[in-house]
Each structure stands twice: as C-alpha cells, then as structure tokens.
Write a protein that binds this ligand. Structure first.
Ligand code: G4P
Length: 527
C-alpha cells in the first residue's frame, strides 16, 4: 500500500467527556464493533475513583492500566482507527490536554441528564485552540433526560460551537423508542442489548404511515414536528464546516445498551479527517512527505522504580517510521536509534516494525525524550501546538532532607519532563513552585519523589491564581516590567518568562497598568 493510501485509511481521535458521562462505556462498545475485544467488561476504566484518592497502590495499578489502554488501535471496515485514551480523573486533566494535541478529531460524550458539564467546557477550549473537529454523542437516552432541543442550545452556548443533529431521539427514558437518522433517513428501534446491533429500518418518507406502526401515533407526530423544526432551524450539514471545527454533528444513543454506537462509528469513519498537515517552527509538514517526522506528546514512567525507563508516546506526522532506524532528535541535535518501538493494538502491546502518519508508537527511553520533542530524518524543525497550560493550584516545594538535594533536583526534573506537573523557578531566591491542575498530583509527586528518588518534600500553599507567560514587542518595556515585578517573575522548564499572578483582580490591574505587555495562559502564543 502506498503512503497516501495508508494515510487515507487512518483516523486518530480521542473521546472527551466529563467523568461519568460514559466515555469508558463508549470506548468499549467501539472496540467491540471493531472486533478488538470479544466481550463487554473487558475495558477497565482508567479513571481513578474518588475512594482511591490516597490509596497509592490503587493509583499505581491504575497508572498501569492507563498505559495499557493509552492507545487502542483497531480496524473497522478497512479503516485503521487509533483511539487515544484520556484520563477520566479531572486531576489529570493536563494529560488530557496534551493528548488532544496528538489527535485529528474528537468525539465528545454528553450525559443527556446532566448536559454540558465543567470538564467538557475546559476540554472544548483546548479543542478550539486547534479547531479540532468534534462529533457530539448525547448519551444515556434510556434515562429521562433534558429536552433534546434544550441540550443542543446548551452545547452551542456553553461550548461555543454550532451544532447539527444527524439523528433524533424518539421519546426518552422508560418510553424511549429509538432514534431516527436524519442523514440516512432510517429508523433505529431501541433494544436494550449489550452486544447485538440492530440494522436500521429504511423510511424514506417520514410521513409514511408505517412510522406509526413502529413508534405509535403520538411519537410519530412528535418526531415529524421535531424534524420539521430541525430542518427549518439548522442549516444542512456541511462536512467542511465540521472539518474546520465550526460545526459539530450530533448523535443520540445509549452507550451501555450499545445503541446508536454503530451509526456513530459509521459516520465517524466517513467524515472524520485522516491525518492532515501540521505546523512546525519552520514550515507546514504534510503527512504524505516521504521523510519521517513525529513528536512526543506523552511520557509514562515505568511501573518499576528500580528501572528508570519510561515510555514516550510518539505521534507520527509524516513519512514512514521504521524500527531500528536512526532518527534525528532535534532538541539534542543528534541522531538516535530506536530499536524497541512498540505499537498499540487494542489492549496489547506488540513490537512494531513500521508505522504510518496518525499512528502512535511507544518508545522505551531512559531520559532522552521529553514532551514536545520532535524526531525527524534530519530536518531541524519542531512541531508546534503542544503548549503547557497554566496550572490551577500552586505550591512551593520544601526540601525536608538537605542530604538528598541532588536526588530531589533530579526527581523533580524527571517528573516535570513526564508532564506530571509544571515547575516554576522564581528569579529572586530561586524559590521552586510546582503548579498542577488537580490537587491529587501533589500526593503523586510526594510519593514518587520518596519512592523513586529517596527525596522527602513538603508543599507550602502559594496564593497564585495563574501563571502567565509574558511577552512584549518592545524589549525595553518588557525589561521595565520584569524590574518592577521582580518578586513575581519566574522561569518555566524551558526558561520562558512567567508572571505569577496572585488574583484575577490583581492581574487585571497589572494588565491595565502595563498595556505593552502581553499575558498568555499557555506557553505557546502568537504576539
Ligand atoms: P466515564 O468513563 O465517562 O467516566 O463513564 P463510564 O463509561 O464509566 O460510565 C459511567 C456510568 O454511566 C457507568 O455506571 C455506566 O454503566 C453508565 N452508563 C454509560 N452509558 C450509559 C447509558 O447509555 N445509559 C445508562 N443508564 N447508563 C450508562 P456505573 O454505575 O458508574 O458503573 P457500572 O457499575 O455500571 O460499570
């Protein structure tokens, strides 16, 4: 098969949702449809349940599971699908943000009872940064949820994206009858089944009285009224608008009952984008270019603390990856050989000899790679669009054992390279502040520093609202700003300048007082 054909048959995506909306369940049903697993219950949730908050063995175990299910590759109707899993626990949201840099599209799961929840809003913000195409799956129709029109309005409003329903529910909850596919003009009657998939019944004319015989008079009337309203209010579905991230097609179903999942997947493989060109520091690189390139978007520490090797997840962006070849490590400016690359197929890991754009390979690494690193066949370019996001909670690292200072420094550096948290080092006094998205990360860091590096730390809370990466077109103005705010200036892991804002109101005031300085909540920005 040619490079172009390999690219055309790949779909690399992630499923995003607020915890409990049904991501794990949907993942499992997709794998069942793809024949990658044989029975329901095989996919373990990678989420760390609340009761396990301080149960370290549980967290370690979960970390193991999440490596195994980090990337699930499977074939469906001759399409190679790479599903990138994202941690369900919101304390690990930063991991999810980064994984979203490696996908070409997402499926967003929304609980029809709860509607758009906070985590979905945050994840959507990340998708919007790259105009990632989004398909929406409104789940749990077997429960009495909110009015579907109201849900669509809420998505448009809270997620700032236009929607276009492609299927429509007929009743809900106990009286749920099924969905009508507006796209295929077919009726799918609901059966609560965990595995079987019913084929749709073709009904070309929604006014056909046969409708009544399937769903009853009232439901048929309601459906016709709803469809008329939909056709009147929403413009026709435009696949290009979807690909530009401007409109999200919406499906309704019930993942646990395997209902609506096949239609979702069938539409997904038809409309979701194959790997497309990606931006680098120098130029746009097209996947069909013959020379290999890719970037690291995730690093996972090995479970065994005695061996510090880690798995780096590499997203292939162009050309063909071949195991055993030498590739150019752009940041280190040297050639490296990867003889033990691993592919991910469903829940297994197997050695991979070659991989194509859109594929993810796992590379065993002893500390050479970090998140954002680019590998090429020699060209000095770095993939962009893999930013750090401002953390939400900040604490100062306090070393409790002066004899282990070196170990602490090394441990912190490595954990930060894995992306467990972000380290900000103040210019004055070299104070070290760790920033995270969720409080659980502090416990993980403390535990791992002790367990893997023998270093003991405590954390002291810091009154910081946001880390803002700063820039200015006028170097003199920037220098003046740094001078006047010395106590609040730190450097991130890449030595970039960061202003540590103590509160929203104070940040606003500083912004007003220094109009020539730009404040950014992510480490990558355009001035
Ligand atoms: P998550 O990964 O997004 O966090 O959600 P997950 O799939 O774990 O689903 C959360 C809960 O919602 C699970 O119940 C799951 O069975 C249920 N669920 C998923 N899809 C549907 C659906 O279509 N209808 C209904 N009624 N429920 C659904 P749980 O009680 O937390 O776990 P379990 O004991 O059922 O596994």
């Amino acid at each position: 098969m040619s490079l172009e054909e390999e690219i055309a048959k790949r779909r690399t995506f992630g499923i995003i949702s607020h915890p409990d909306a049904g991501k794990t369940t949907l993942t499992e049903k997709l794998l069942l449809l793809g024949g990658a697993i044989q029975k329901a219950g095989a996919v373990k949730s990678s989420k760390i349940k609340d009761h396990a908050r301080s149960d370290w063995m549980e967290i370690e175990k979960q970390r193991g599971i999440s490596v195994a299910t980090s990337v699930m590759g499977f074939n469906y109707k001759n399409v190679k699908i790479n599903l990138l899993d994202t941690p369900g626990h919101q304390d690990f949201a930063e991991d999810t943000y980064r994984t979203l840099t490696a996908v070409d599209s997402v499926i967003m799961v929304i609980d029809c009872v709860k509607g758009v929840e906070i985590q979905t809003e945050k994840l959507m913000e990340v998708c919007r940064m790259r105009n990632t195409p989004v398909i929406c799956f409104i789940n749990k129709l077997d429960r009495q949820g909110r009015d579907p029109f109201e849900l669509l309005d809420e998505i448009e409003e809270k997620l700032a994206i236009k929607v276009r329903p492609l299927s429509w529910p007929i009743s809900m909850g106990k009286t749920f009858k099924g969905v009508y596919s507006l796209y295929e003009k077919s009726l799918h009657l609901f059966t609560a089944s965990k595995i079987t998939v019913e084929e749709g019944i073709e009904i070309n004319d929604i006014n056909d009285p046969v409708m009544e015989s399937y769903v009853g008079e009232n439901n048929a009337r309601q459906l016709r009224a709803d469809v008329e309203l939909i056709e009147g209010v929403y413009p026709d579905f435009d696949a290009n608008e979807y690909l530009d991230g401007k409109v999200a097609p919406v499906f309704f179903g019930s993942a646990v009952n395997n209902f609506g999942v096949k239609e979702l997947l069938d539409t997904f493989i038809r409309i979701a984008p194959p790997p497309i060109a990606r931006e680098t520091t120098v130029r746009l690189i097209h996947p069909a270019e013959s020379r290999f390139s890719g970037f690291v978007f995730k690093i996972h520490a090995n479970m065994d603390p005695k061996h510090r090797n880690r798995i780096a997840f590499l997203r292939i962006c162009s050309g063909k990856f071949e195991r055993g070849s030498n590739y150019f490590h752009v940041r280190h400016n040297k050639s490296v050989r990867f003889s033990n690359a691993t592919a991910f197929m469903a829940q297994d890991r197997e050695t991979v000899d070659e991989a194509w754009p859109g594929d993810i390979v796992g590379i065993y690494d002893t500390g050479n790679l970090k998140i954002g690193d680019t590998l090429t066949e020699g060209e000095k370019v770095m993939y962009t669009g893999i930013p750090s996001f401002s953390p939400e909670i900040f604490k100062e690292v306090i070393n409790q054992d002066a004899m282990k200072t070196k170990q602490l420094e090394k441990g912190l550096l490595q954990l930060m390279e894995e992306g467990v948290a972000q380290l900000f080092t103040y210019q004055l006094g070299k104070k070290k502040v760790v920033g995270v998205v969720g409080a659980l990360q502090f416990e993980v860091i403390q535990f791992r520093l002790k367990n893997e590096y023998g270093a003991t730390v405590e954390f002291a809370s810091q009154p910081i609202y946001k880390a803002c990466w700063i820039s200015s077109k006028d170097p003199k103005k920037l220098a003046e700003f740094i001078d006047s705010k010395q106590r609040h200036i730190a450097r991130d892991k890449d030595d970039k300048l960061v202003f540590m804002a103590e509160s929203r109101a104070w940040l606003q005031m500083v912004q007003d007082n220094f109009p020539d300085i730009s404040f950014h909540f992510t480490s990558e920005f355009k001035d």
